[in-house]
Design a protein around this ligand. Structure first.
Ligand SMILES: C[S@@+](CC[C@H](N)C(=O)[O-])C[C@H]1O[C@@H](n2cnc3c(N)ncnc32)[C@H](O)[C@@H]1O
Length: 250
């Protein structure tokens, strides 16, 4: 227990989908938890984070609280729709209640530092209760797994990396694509036609690789972005654009 009446909370990255990519620390904390508060992106859908956890960690003796976080736009200063703000507050209130009686873990896909609900919940919790102890446990990011699956380094030597949501407008995306050596485009699934046009205009179509559901049993890898754009891609799709080729690759 910390110096107040609450147990600590752990926000734990559980990796991109392959349960074996959970860290030993994540496994220990998840196994010891009394309550798992899990995010899900669809009201009637399943929590991907929970699915990853439960394939290796027995959850029968744990309380599972699923919280729906609508996938609405969140701006740079953290402003978003009332519905999303409400979901953060609901999560924070539930977590605080559970923390007073047991160990609570909030598992999150990939790593908490990268476009994760975990940090919004973290901020909301501290607004309500500045004294509670929250520990953040890193996980393997989806982009690290996409890099590994395609043998595409993200950065070597003096290269610069940028990670951006593909939902940025064309002008902003073009600026990033022109400036950096490697660009990771997240959330590409609904904007593929626009991305293909942009990559073509900038002469980068041949430098891109897309990984869908990396680390999951039905992972797919596309080196032809036009073909990828014709597919009904899953939300878990990431493009890596790497301008420098590896010596041993064509
Ligand atoms: C809200 S962000 C979460 C990122 C996560 N926190 C991380 O560390 O990778 C969701 C985006 O991450 C990427 N993503 C997450 N899981 C993925 C996977 N298994 N394969 C490919 N991309 C994935 C996709 O670009 C997706 O739109």
């Amino acid at each position: 227990m910390s110096g107040n009446t609450h147990n600590d909370l752990y926000i734990v990255g559980v990796g991109p989908g392959d349960p074996e990519l959970m860290t030993v620390k994540a496994m220990r904390l998840l196994t010891d938890a009394d309550t798992l508060v899990v995010p899900k992106g669809r009201e009637n859908g399943e929590s991907t984070a929970l699915n990853i956890v439960k394939s290796l960690v027995p959850i029968e003796d744990k309380e599972i609280v699923e919280i729906y976080f609508p996938m609405h736009k969140i701006y740079k200063n953290g402003t978003t729709s009332d519905e999303v703000t409400l979901a953060w507050k609901q999560a924070a209130t539930t977590i605080l209640e559970k923390m007073s009686s047991g160990k609570v873990v909030f598992p999150t896909l990939g790593d908490p530092s990268l476009y994760s609900t975990g940090f919004y919940v973290h901020a909301t919790l501290l607004e309500i209760h500045p004294d509670i102890q929250i520990k953040i446990i890193p996980g393997i990011t989806a982009m690290a797994n996409c890099s590994a699956a395609t043998a595409t380094p993200l950065c070597l030597g003096g290269e610069l990396l940028s990670v951006v949501p593909a939902t940025f407008n064309d002008e902003r995306l073009a600026q990033v694509l022109e400036t950096f050596d490697t660009i990771v485009l997240m959330k590409v699934y609904r904007v593929m036609d626009r991305i293909v046009g942009l990559l073509e205009r900038l002469g980068l179509l041949g430098s891109a690789v897309l990984v869908e559901k990396s680390g999951q049993p039905d992972e797919r890898i596309f080196t032809d972005m036009r073909q990828a754009a014709r597919e009904d891609l899953h939300y878990f799709s990431t493009i890596i654009v790497r301008k420098e080729k590896m010596v041993n690759r064509q």
